[in-house]
Design a protein around this ligand. Sequence first.
Ligand code: BDR
Ligand code: CA
Length: 352
Amino acid sequence: MKYIKKTTAFLLAALVLVLSGCGAVDTENKTDKKSGKAQKHKVIIDTDTGSDDAAALVLAATSDKLDILGVTVLYGNVSTDQAAENALMTLEVCGVEAPVYIGAEKPLKKKRKEMISVHGKDGMGDQDLIHPKRKAEDGGAVDFILDTIKSDPGEVEIIAFGPLTNIALAFKKDPDTMKLCKRIWVMGTAGFGAGNATPVAEFNVYNDAEAYDTVLSSELPMTILGLDMVLNEEAKLTKDDLNKMAQGNKKGVYMSKAFTKLFEFYQKSEDNMLLPDPMAAACMIWPDMMLETKSCYGAACVGNDDAYGQVVLYQKGSVYEAMPKIGAYNHKVVTKIDAELFKDNFMSVMTE
Ligand code: BDR
Ligand code: CA
């Protein structure tokens, strides 16, 4: 009897979780029918390569769970050309020859204000690290994204570490092809917390809220890692971690130098540093790290006011009295993260 009561309670709890759109994440790739091995994520990485983007690239490039089909770059932390140099150099350090494609130099509509990069003028700590042997490919980022998705419908994923301008341009050029993209993963939005570009807007959305709006309203499945998860104390990089990286492997030494300016920036207020883009990459590589996600519909504020770049997250299962007209709950927003596991994995890649 006791057992039946317990089982019933468990089933009821599970049902409540499912109905409320809140639960553990099922983003582990399927297994290959022939080999029985877990399929790799076939991924395009879209980045505005500042130093934490570079660290995310290192995680991705050294992972056996990802097959990097190409890297597309754009403005954001640095200029587009500088982002390409930084991506090429980082791939070289990892011994990976994925092609790099040049993308957007400015947002869809907003006039781009040159923001002082917190990553250093070159985005990589101003350590004169950037002398890549390879060059970016001919042909643009948008066509590369579309051609790649078209050639393997339903299999290609995109992970974005910067503004979503390249992806929005691809949607505008060929929405039917973009609907064949398997999933879009992003580091962006403030999640359920505060922003860093303004009190309500996170940097990547603030750079081009119109682009975010285009992608959010596309109804494609998205996994969103917001700034609130990144602020977890356990996930921050300390001076001690930085020293360990400097004594670590080639990638660790490289990244410890690239983090010079970013660490200086954070030291103005605290003694450690955030790792937003690496945490987004880690969610794809080690999905067990995502302890909870919520099914939401996210809408980006594009008005010419103080709310520009804010993303409002409507949660599945919540009742809103204003009855706003919203789209499908196709945005999985990460709401609980195993920050300790993230930092352990991050440090292993940089030191072992
Ligand atoms: C985002 O802003 C950039 O500085 C980082 O690279 C990251 O993508 C965090 O808000
Ligand atoms: Ca970035």
